[in-house]
Design a protein around this ligand. Sequence first.
Ligand SMILES: [Zn+2]
Length: 71
Amino acid sequence: MLPEINIGDHVEMRKPHPCGGTHWEVVRLGADIGLVCLTCQHRILLTRRELKRRMKRRLAKEIKVDETGHE
Ligand SMILES: [Zn+2]
């Protein structure tokens, strides 16, 4: 199982993105997880399994988001 992931969480990947960034923000949850590169703003979708394989660690959340909806 994946560690708990929430919208707005920042994660660090094992491999850097071509732009050199390794930090991503979670922007979508579902069957696929949407991530945005914090360095170049490129957006990707990964399955939970892919994310688990590529993710190095989860970073402390920097912004507290007050969620009112589920999706
Ligand atoms: Zn990037």
